[in-house]
Design a protein around this ligand. Structure first.
Ligand SMILES: Cc1ncc(COP(=O)(O)O)c(C=O)c1O
Length: 368
């Protein structure tokens, strides 16, 4: 029965009738799903990609091309290396201080994930926090006083707070190396990579499925990697072409398909415009409605993860049930903040946002 339901939903997705607003693992484009299906059992000489030798010609070519595509899509300058490190962004919370925290690092706290990253670093060394002590609800980015950020090993921040829905519009100005978590925003907007010393993002949002993290690191910083254990040192990953451990081959394969898909969409600048349009529509509707609200300071609202609440909390469950029945899935907000959250990564088509707005309007009409 469950299987029949599952297959039923998948078919609906192919016809564009269900939309997954989950924050990650996140929706994949139907075209990518189709390619996974087509190539799954016969990727090379009748072997599945799951069985492929990661040191074989075909897989090493995929790995090479994948990094070349990332390099092109993000205009990565020659000063930086692209690494694919096994594991999630939380491993980067640990690797960053293990490699580069000697005297003191500064962490900007703008939500749940930046707080966790700081807590992890504090286990290893001395850190300073830039935080809005009074704003523990995380509705804004704290003011970054340049006096706080001109000395130290690095400044860390989270570009897009996936749970709280807060996004930087530009990197903070700092006189020290910048390390940024772009787990939920990588490839959703154009970046000037030269401004950053280390960018990291786990894959399960805009790069396919979980299993590895993309790390883009300035070569000078890379050379200064300090971690004594090989697995945790960035140089190990660089020196082994990111294959120190057997790579998460299937995750790399899916990421490569995601990159092809993004190139077909017109690249990062084009998807950025589409993402802007999707987010603007949804915020405009939320702001104009009497039933819903978003409490983040407008200038720093995320374009990708859009939390919203119903003024009448008693209607939350009804809203989610009705949304599910209408093929609008995974809209429940993170348990830290409650309410709703629409994650509208690159793979979410504009039609998904239109359908969500239409549903929210009908729901509002019915319950006011
Ligand atoms: C901004 C951000 N950083 C870090 C993480 C943790 O990522 P992972 O589960 O890959 O360790 C997440 C997960 O959603 C995230 O959104």
């Amino acid at each position: 029965m469950l299987i029949v339901t599952f297959l039923g939903l998948r078919c609906l997705q192919e016809f564009g009738m269900i939309y997954n607003f989950g924050a990650g693992p996140a929706m994949l484009p139907a075209a990518v799903m189709q390619r996974i299906k087509d190539e799954f059992t016969d990727w090379e000489k009748g072997m599945s990609v799951l069985e492929a030798n990661h040191r074989g010609d075909k897989f090493t070519h995929l790995a090479h091309m994948m990094r070349a595509k990332i390099g092109k899509l993000l205009a990565v300058p020659a000063s930086h290396e692209i690494l694919l490190v096994q594991g999630g962004a939380r491993l980067q919370f640990a690797m960053l201080p293990l490699n580069f925290l000697q005297e003191k690092a500064t962490y900007v706290i703008s939500g749940y994930w930046s707080k966790l990253a700081a807590e992890e670093a504090a286990k290893h060394g001395n850190i300073a926090l830039i935080t809005n002590a009074k704003d523990m609800n995380y509705q804004d980015i704290p003011e970054i006083n340049s006096a706080l950020v001109d000395k130290g090993d690095y400044l860390h921040y989270v570009d897009n707070e996936t749970i709280h829905g807060i996004e930087f519009t530009a990197p903070p100005i700092a006189g020290l190396p910048l390390a940024v978590d772009m787990t939920s925003s990588i490839l959703t907007k154009s970046l000037d990579i030269a401004l950053y010393d280390l960018v990291y993002a786990s894959a399960q949002k805009n790069l396919g499925i979980a299993g590895f993290s993309l790390v883009i690191i300035n070569k000078d910083l890379l050379e200064r990697s300090l971690a004594p254990l090989s697995y945790l040192n960035y140089k190990t990953w660089h020196n082994s072409d990111s294959m120190y451990s057997t790579p998460a081959t299937f995750s790399w394969f899916v990421a490569d398909l995601m990159l092809d898909w993004l190139i077909e969409q017109g690249g990062v600048a084009k998807i950025e415009q589409i993402n802007h349009k999707k987010a603007t529509k949804l915020y405009q509707y939320i702001d104009s409605s009497d039933m819903y609200y978003n409490s983040i300071t407008p200038a720093v609202r995320s374009r990708i993860n859009i939390p919203f609440n119903l003024h009448n909390k008693n209607l939350n469950n009804k809203f989610l049930e009705a949304a599910n029945e209408n093929g609008l899935l995974q809209l429940r907000g993170h348990k830290m903040v409650g309410g709703m959250r629409a994650s509208i990564y690159n793979a979410m088509p504009e039609s998904g946002v239109d359908k969500l707005i239409e549903f929210m309007q009908l729901f509002e009409k019915q319950y006011t």
